[in-house]
Design a protein around this ligand. Structure first.
Ligand SMILES: [Zn+2]
Length: 343
């Protein structure tokens, strides 16, 4: 099969080679999936550069999110057959540890990660276990399914499961121009919240408004805490989806109302920060780390996408042989929505 392969880590986009590799053979309980589309994730660009923190054996096929059609089933597969449309979940969980059997599969410490510890979606085919996929509803295109599944499920876990947003609350979403951020804006709006989108670029904020944001804050020239209080009669926000870290996280904690909950899922803007914990006692606020969805959450957001209630945002589609160009756009930060590689 053809795949976009790396033979070593590298800063350069030419680290990615489009070439022939061995087509995977599904083992017991596994599916062979013909990949129809995959999306470029920040994990992929980090992995290419050797910054992901988990070693991959070389040569390696990246790709944490992909969708496709079952073309062959291994021995013992009972739930799927050729022709089924499926989305593999990036966490290939063990299914037997105490977290898995307790319904907290996203905490599984024994999971393989698609496209990281095993070959992923930058290929014509991939294999994974039948218990690691979710069905894609009829009527949802491959491109929309792959563009939406990870960002919407991630934002759902953060906002609905962790921050427990409720009808009528005010929700702040930072990095609202990113994949998870733009998904978070839509989910918070769907949940009946008043949504404040924050980003560092007016163009991205305009797009966030089109996706449902009620108010916007450009944090290149406004302090998030001050602006959020000005927009809420001095009270602050009830919940926050924060994805940047650094000074943006500090300003976002400052924006929280008493009793507010923050879901934190990224820190590219600064991993070590100084926070005054007195604010946490005084205002009864919490910050909760998260970022890994469950298959049930993926299934839920795919259904909402098929109903047209959540709209995936695609910046540009590429061919599988253009993975390097897609990485280049990803690292330019000059985009809104996802880079999708089609077949
Ligand atoms: Zn497990």
């Amino acid at each position: 099969m053809k795949a976009a392969v790396i033979h070593d880590y590298g800063e350069g986009f030419d680290t990615i080679k489009y070439e022939d590799v061995q087509t995977p053979v599904p083992g017991t309980g596994e599916l062979l999936i013909k990949v129809h589309a995959n999306a470029v994730n920040h994990c992929d660009t980090d992995l290419r550069k050797g910054l992901f923190g988990v070693a991959s054996s070389m040569p390696h096929v990246m790709g944490v999110d992909a969708v496709g059609e079952v073309v062959h089933v291994g021995e013992g597969v009972s739930q799927f057959r050729p022709g089924d449309r499926v989305a593999p979940h990036f966490m290939l969980t063990c299914g037997v540890c105490s977290d898995c059997i307790d319904g907290k599969e996203n905490l599984c410490a024994h999971a393989d990660v698609l496209g990281v510890t095993v070959w992923g979606g930058y290929a014509e085919y991939l294999k994974c276990g039948q218990n690691h996929v979710v069905r894609i509803p009829d009527g949802l295109s491959w491109e929309d399914a792959v563009a939406g599944q990870v960002p919407f499920a991630t934002a759902w876990e953060a906002l609905v499961e962790v921050a427990k947003i409720r009808l009528g609350e005010t929700v702040l979403v930072t990095a609202a121009g990113g994949g998870v951020g733009s998904a978070g804006v839509q989910i918070a709006k769907l949940a009946g919240a008043r949504v404040i989108a924050a980003a560092g670029d007016d163009g991205k904020l305009e797009r966030a408004r089109e996706l449902g944001a009620d108010e916007v804050i450009n944090y290149t020239n406004e302090n998030i805490g001050d602006a959020a209080r000005a927009l809420t009669g001095g009270r602050g926000v009830d919940a926050c989806l924060e994805m940047i870290g650094g000074d943006i996280l500090i300003q976002s904690v400052d924006a929280l109302a008493s009793g507010a909950r923050m879901a934190s899922i990224g820190a590219h803007g600064g991993e070590k920060i100084e926070l005054d914990f007195v604010e946490f006692f005084r205002k009864h606020i919490s910050v909760h780390g998260c970022g890994r969805s469950t298959k049930a959450q993926v299934e839920r957001v795919l259904a909402l996408m098929a109903e047209g209630k959540l709209k995936p945002v695609i910046h540009k589609t590429f061919g599988l042989d253009e993975a390097a160009a897609a990485h280049e756009v990803m690292e330019s930060r000059n985009f809104f929505g996802r880079m999708v590689l089609t077949r």
